[in-house]
Ligand binder design. Structure first.
Ligand SMILES: Nc1ncnc2c1ncn2[C@@H]1O[C@H](COP(=O)(O)OP(=O)(O)O)[C@@H](O)[C@H]1O
Ligand code: SF4
Ligand SMILES: [Mg+2]
Length: 375
């Protein structure tokens, strides 16, 4: 019985198989997502990282049917065993917000400026669970307590412009949690916030996850956030997963040259807390005209003939680590990685952040990895 129980708890709530999204645009087909496969269990956090345009947002939006009609979605997305791909818009509406909820980058744009925040939370509560206004108000105050908003009884009557960015994002999270979703997707949800508020919101998500057992997918440009808060990290390039690993394994045993370049190839762990992903020289391929072979080959210093001739499959190195590469980096710990195959990186937009991180912060980072890995 105990064993069965534990097997059930670890059973994936979300199973994505061969998920593809193609947009038809000016008579051309843009292959935005090219065969995603992953699973997510309750209480786990998966971070998705990759350059702009790599298919992160389209990949998660397709889980909820939140794409324009020009998108053709194929493959399989099973939530608690129920297939979502191919469901009618009406059926998807009952999944969206109720079983899978999403929070976006800009809390101001997610809220209605003309309604007080209490009414907006109550509206979300009553949409999925019809109840009297008074009951919904009690539940709204409970949700505001859950997202640790001070003085919820007063705040509930306020309008979005009367709240700080961090408070507004707490309201957005409260709305997302209104129907007790099983999967919460945060797409760059803290990017617009200052560093301290980002950390507070991430701590809140971890806290909520631990209390409610929600599965979380976070998309972030901040390696520090992914490293500190995700159990697993999936790296996307040109609509595909090129490396997928337990967070600790990824950072100590990086294999795919693209991941290495993205995380910054020079002395590493020093740049982790709140570091943006490194900007890599060159451009990702045209998604309407993907090359044969490895899509990263034109930018990769390790590329050989086999790379341009044949695409490397996503191979499992072990239970915790998969990567797609014919000539993997070889598991140098990032901290010790040399500069031998450093990629050309552009220092524009401050992406190659200067290291000002103390040894103490690094120790915090390393121990948080240990903590997350144990869970
Ligand atoms: N509505 C659309 N029509 C056509 N192409 C789109 C549309 N939305 C996204 N794309 C394309 O899909 C690719 C992946 O986009 P996206 O998932 O938003 O990237 P990101 O990794 O930055 O979140 C991009 O190349 C983008 O141009
Ligand atoms: S398969 Fe070849 S081109 Fe692609 S990342 Fe690996 S070494 Fe580079
Ligand atoms: Mg995006």
């Amino acid at each position: 019985m105990g064993q069965n129980q534990s097997r059930l708890e670890n059973a994936p709530i979300l199973t994505v198989e061969n998920l593809r999204v193609v947009f038809s645009k000016h008579g051309r087909e843009v292959q935005a997502v090219n065969g995603l496969n992953y699973q997510l269990s309750s209480g786990r956090t998966l971070a998705i990282i990759g350059e702009s345009g790599s298919g992160k947002s389209v990949g998660v939006r397709s889980l909820m049917g939140l794409l324009p009609p020009s998108a053709k979605v194929t493959g399989s997305v099973r939530l608690n065993g129920r297939e979502l791909v191919g469901l009618s818009e009406k059926a998807l509406m009952s999944v969206r917000g109720k079983e899978i909820a999403m929070i976006f980058q800009d809390p101001a744009a997610s809220l209605n400026p003309t309604m007080n925040v209490g009414s907006q939370i109550m509206e979300a509560i009553r949409l999925h669970n019809p109840m009297k206004k008074r009951e919904a108000e009690v539940k709204a105050i409970e949700l505001l307590k859950l997202v640790r908003l001070p003085s919820p009884e007063t705040r509930i009557r306020q309008y979005p412009h009367q709240l700080s960015g961090g408070m507004r994002q707490r309201i957005v999270i409260a709305i997302a949690l209104a129907s007790d979703p099983k999967v919460l997707i945060a797409d760059e949800a803290t990017t617009a916030l200052d560093v301290t508020t980002q950390a507070q919101i991430m701590e809140l998500l971890v806290d909520i996850q631990e209390r409610l057992g929600t599965a979380v997918i976070m998309i972030s440009h901040d390696i520090g956030l992914a490293a500190n808060y995700a159990h697993d990290v999936m790296v996307m390039y040109a609509g595909k997963v090129v490396e997928h690993a337990n967070t600790k394994s990824l950072f100590s045993n990086v294999q795919m040259p693209y991941t290495k370049a993205l995380l910054g190839a020079v002395p590493q762990l020093t740049t982790i807390p709140h570091s943006r992903l490194t900007v890599i020289g060159g451009h990702p391929p045209d998604l309407s005209n993907l090359p044969t072979g490895c899509p990263f080959a034109p930018r990769c210093p390790r590329a050989t003939n086999v790379c341009t001739a044949e695409e490397p499959p996503l191979e499992r190195q072990n239970d915790q680590h998969s990567y797609a590469c014919w000539h993997p980096v070889g598991g140098q710990p990032l901290e010790a990685a040399g500069t031998a195959d450093v990629l050309k990186v552009d220092a524009q937009d401050g992406a190659c952040s200067e290291s000002s991180t103390s040894t103490q912060e690094r120790a915090v980072f390393a121990s948080s990895l240990d903590e997350r890995a144990k869970r």
